[in-house]
Design a protein around this ligand. Structure first.
Ligand code: ATP
Length: 248
């Protein structure tokens, strides 16, 4: 459903993405693994189109020059030139790193904000679904976002992304800083979302191990370049990949 090729992103003269080609099939979970600064967030911003907003803001502020090259095809259309709001309408929804929830708003308000693109009938149905996947959020629905634990905030961030009716959900480091138990809960719910709603998912992580069981296909990013790709089994067979990213 998504096929991006030759993606290049420069922050001034710094090459953050170097000729990256990445794809995701309908109903798949694709992992993108890489160390700090490998370019994971840059890739997610580029696929979602948010990079266009970042670039424009920088230009308006007279800041650094950002250059984005490459082609992104999605559901048979070339969306490379589309702004992020139009990509979101087509179902590409980013759940950004560090769970940028609205800290002063309640859980329910955060979720409703996510639904602004969706018809109201869908919003109600999806809200019920979010509470089914994350029962903890139902109990906390009146709690202010800033008072949630890290794991609860991540559930809320994913819940809010679901409210926007994704067909392709981009999860940027959802497990960052969370306990092993919370990681297990989130990984399981990610698979549920794909299985039950048929939502395709691209998930980035520094360490592959916790998400490995649910990933159909994965890419390894190093210094902005996709240095390896394959099925879970193919990557596990490579001893360097195993020790660097899978911790096995
Ligand atoms: P992390 O795991 O630390 O979030 P990442 O893999 O998501 O890392 P990116 O955030 O995409 O990596 O950053 C890739 C490189 O681009 C890094 O060297 C980073 O410092 C640089 N970079 C990111 N955003 C900007 C920016 N707005 N201006 C200049 N350099 C940037």
């Amino acid at each position: 459903m998504l096929d991006a090729s030759g993606l290049m992103v420069f922050y001034e003269n710094m090459l953050a993405l170097n000729n990256v080609s990445i794809g995701c099939h309908e109903n798949s979970i694709v992992g993108v693994f890489g160390a700090n600064s490998a370019g994971k967030s840059t890739l997610m911003y580029t696929l979602s189109g948010i990079m266009k907003d970042i670039k424009r803001k920088e230009e308006m502020a007279g800041g650094e020059r950002i250059t984005v090259l490459g082609k992104i095809r999605y559901l048979g259309n070339d969306i490379s030139a589309l702004k992020p709001s139009l990509r979101a309408k087509m179902g590409i929804i980013l759940c950004p790193e560090r769970r940028r929830i609205f800290r002063e708003s309640s859980v329910l308000e955060n979720l409703r904000i996510g639904a602004y693109l969706a018809p109201s009938s869908k919003a109600k149905e999806t809200l019920d679904y979010v509470f089914e996947v994350y029962p903890a959020l139902k109990k906390l629905r009146k709690r202010i976002g800033g008072f949630l634990s890290g794991g609860e905030q991540q559930m809320l961030a994913i819940g809010r992304a679901l409210m926007a009716q994704p067909r392709l959900l981009l999860l940027d480091e959802p497990l960052l800083g969370l306990s092993p138990l919370m990681q297990t809960i989130l990984v399981r719910s990610t698979r549920e979302i794909r299985d039950e709603k048929g939502i395709s998912i691209i998930v980035t992580e520094q360490y592959a191990r916790p998400v490995l069981p649910i990933v159909d296909y994965a890419f390894i990013l190093e210094n902005g370049a996709a240095v390896m790709e394959g099925t879970r089994e193919e990557l596990l067979r490579n001893p360097d990949v195993r020790s660097a990213y899978f911790g096995v």
